[in-house]
Design a protein around this ligand. Sequence first.
Ligand SMILES: Cc1cc2nc3c(=O)[nH]c(=O)nc-3n(C[C@H](O)[C@H](O)[C@H](O)COP(=O)(O)O)c2cc1C
Ligand SMILES: [Mn+2]
Length: 467
Amino acid sequence: MTRAGIAAAGLREELDRFAAAGLLLRVEHPVSARFEACAHAAEAGDARAVLFAEVGSAARAVAMNTTGSRALVATSLGVRPEDFAERYLEALSAPVPPEAWPAERGAPPVHEIVVEGEDIDLTTMLPVLTHHEHDGGPYITSGVVFGEHDGVRNLSYHRMQLRGPRETGIVVVQRHLHRMLEAADAADEPLPVAVAIGLDAGMLLAAATSGSAAPYGFDELGIVGGLRREPVRLVPGRTVPLQVPACAEIVIEGHILPNTRAEEGPFAEFDGSYEHGSERVFRASALTMRRGAIYQGLVSGSVPQLNIMGLPNEAVLLRAIRAAVPGVERVHVTLGGLRKFHAIVSVRTRIAGDAADAIVAAFAGHRDLKQVVVVDHDVDVFDAEAVERAVATAFQPDRGLVLLPRGRGNPVDRSLDPDGTTSRMGIDATRPVGSEPPVRARIPGRDRVRLPAGGGTAPPPELSPRG
Ligand SMILES: Cc1cc2nc3c(=O)[nH]c(=O)nc-3n(C[C@H](O)[C@H](O)[C@H](O)COP(=O)(O)O)c2cc1C
Ligand SMILES: [Mn+2]
């Protein structure tokens, strides 16, 4: 049973919650790890998670689309979909630090199976998926990379291209893990890392929370602890001097080689364009798993990936706007805006100027944001038609439009100026402060109507809120 406000403590518990809520599609026939699993996941759509019984020559179970919708993420976190951002912000603001796996519980699940050194063969032991037509082979895309340096832990994602039984490429952009890698390069020492695969939504979202909300030195695992209302349990790695999560399905331990680069790619990035170049190299020293470990697949550019990267932005925005305008109620960072460019914010306005200040605070809170629509508290930010109705009936362009001058844009946006800048737009679709919401005409007795059965198929139950 799902306890209110308490996140699933691992992928298996999450899948149980999905199954209980009718949000899990099981594929029992064997499918290939090359394209076929991804093709099935794409065709299945985003409303349900997919659990494959047997993928690839490893014949291992694979979970996909576990973050395909707000409803799935909310089910995993034990909250109503509309309460996601509030709950995530609570965890971000009151993190619960991880603790050691208690010795009296014996060996942790993630160490039920341990393979070390020369015995490791990532190409046969894991069903690593090949995603797109021109990708340069199988890629680990859902692995959360744990790094530690000078007492600082970091969680982040880094795509890993399989290159041999124990070797992969690893793409490390200039963020937190890169900082650790620079120190390792300077000392010419390999950087120990552990790659956790097979994780619940709380862990996946925490690892993707951006550096502005989780600066260097902030342990992303604290967010997970906050979401679960209990600390994440950690155990020492078998071959690396860092802690790994006891609840992961799979952990690959190893090192990023210092001052070493090798050809990497091609790989279809999240905007659908292929990338290749010269990237870092990872060498595995241990592969540890739970019995019957479930691998996790994540297609680049898919809705499940956009949700992982973008849903934490709602909490970040909620915090930033609330600091300026206490009456902010809900934030929706839309899927159409790639979960980063467009936000809808509802505000219980108290004094004139609240809506415009909410717009400015939103842009200050999240740099990628390009368009924000502010509506009154009685408008459902997840209902696109209701938002449009508010714009249609409460917004006056000559005084409700806030245009910001050119700031830094995101390269995914093809409309940027050649210098990489963008302008930004806020739409104040709130009524004058103090005015009452329009009265909605009701038809008495509608709730007692029982229509005759038959004569058409009922639409599927609404997975409210949309988006
Ligand atoms: C599915 C997924 C794949 C990603 N792939 C990469 C990658 O290959 N290389 C990279 O440097 N960042 C990648 N990122 C982005 C970062 O891992 C992500 O922004 C993370 O929050 C950075 O953490 P940090 O702030 O602790 O550095 C990916 C993110 C996601 C969600
Ligand atoms: Mn970080």
